[in-house]
Ligand binder design. Structure first.
Ligand SMILES: Nc1ncnc2c1ncn2[C@@H]1O[C@H](COP(=O)(O)OP(=O)(O)OP(=O)(O)O)[C@@H](O)[C@H]1O
Ligand SMILES: [Mg+2]
Length: 334
């Protein structure tokens, strides 16, 4: 892949290289997608050691199960972008897949990935951006892409410095700012970008992608196990994959119990027992039921409380005022 990278400026080449060098985690991500790019039987062995989140990081836009609005962007009308949303919803994957689609095999030389949570000063970052942005490639007239991942970790000062940079280099680069909390990005920077919100993935979307991975890895999972997995993942694809991999490693058959044991989350049956005891037994009995769960199964009180709160919905025969009273008290306890 490297041979067909012709840079007009050697400095730019080395600066991109160093940008990737200094971000070790990013580099390994790049590598893993690389292995997938040239997926063949003989690198299956090295794939086996990869966490599934990296092994199955979407390579093309079609692998992404959501956010079709962004994925229809094309090179000539690429705006500056701001991608935000909770973890594990595909922000980093989407922009990397976009870059691959836009630039084809040369995508690495046309994009620069900076991790803003890396604590080097804005000066270093600015220098890198300047080097990268001010050089053009001989045979392509398109824009280059600078990805600023985890930008909500940047200080206000750094973000302020970035405003000018964004404007100055608009002619030949596009910025893509990625963050979890959009409120931590200064308004001036937000107004320079088109905002895309990545909400938690729908259950059906997580399911369709999981299905693919379950087949590829031939995981032996029961339907109840899958439902438990989907409800625990709460729209976070990364979490779903990590739990699935952990369970697959630890259990022959991944069923509901395996999933709950693996994550240490209270089993719905246990919560049901707690609720029944709370409603029907006297205080000492109910208290000992919960204590027993905590000691026998090693559950955290916090988790039990959260689940009790969630399961309030199921008891719809409760009168409204009783429900409000209970919720109020749970809030106090919490
Ligand atoms: N929309 C999606 N379609 C398919 N797979 C996805 C999707 N979103 C996430 N994944 C899976 O989850 C993993 C993590 O996704 P990614 O790194 O893109 O999340 P992120 O939104 O950048 O999270 P963070 O905010 O924590 O950086 C990917 O490797 C991929 O396997
Ligand atoms: Mg990310």
């Amino acid at each position: 892949m490297d041979e067909d990278e012709i840079m007009t400026d050697v400095a730019a080449a080395s600066s991109t290289a160093s940008a990737f060098d200094s971000f070790n985690t990013k580099k390994s991500k790049g590598k893993s997608t690389e292995t997938k790019d040239s997926h063949s039987a003989n690198n299956a062995a090295s794939d086996a050691t990869l966490p599934w989140v990296e092994k199955y990081r979407p390579v093309t836009l079609d692998d992404l199960v959501s956010h079709k609005d962004i994925t229809s962007t094309n090179e000539n009308r690429l705006p500056h972008m701001l991608l935000y949303g909770p973890p594990g919803t595909g922000k980093t994957s989407t922009i990397l897949a976009c870059a691959r689609k836009l630039y084809g095999p040369m995508w690495k030389s046309m994009t620069m990935e900076l991790n803003a949570s890396d604590d080097r000063g804005i000066d270093v970052v600015r220098e890198q951006i300047k080097n990268f942005a001010s050089t053009r490639k001989i045979f392509s007239s398109g824009f280059k892409l600078i990805i600023l991942d985890e930008a909500d970790m940047m200080t206000q000062t750094a973000q302020n410095a970035l405003r000018r940079v964004v404007e100055k280099y608009t002619r030949n680069v596009r910025f893509c700012i990625i963050c979890n909390y959009v409120s931590k990005i200064i308004p001036a920077l937000q107004s320079r970008c088109t905002r895309f919100r990545f909400g938690p993935l729908e259950t059906s979307q997580v399911e369709s992608r999981l299905e693919h991975i379950i087949q590829a890895e031939s995981v032996n999972i029961t339907p109840e196990g899958k439902n438990a997995l989907l409800s625990l993942s709460k729209g976070d694809m990364r979490r779903a994959l990590n739990i699935l991999q952990a369970c697959h490693a630890g259990y022959e058959i991944v069923d509901q119990d395996a999933i709950y044991n693996c994550t240490g989350q209270p089993h719905p049956n246990d919560i049901h027992a707690v609720m029944t005891s709370l409603f029907n037994d006297d205080f000492t009995k109910a208290y000992s039921t919960i204590s027993l769960l905590k000691t026998m199964k090693g559950m955290a009180l916090q988790d039990i409380l959260t689940e009790v709160y969630n399961s309030m919905e199921i008891y719809d025969d409760l009168p409204d005022n009783a429900r409000v009273y209970i919720l109020d008290k749970i809030a106090d306890v919490e």
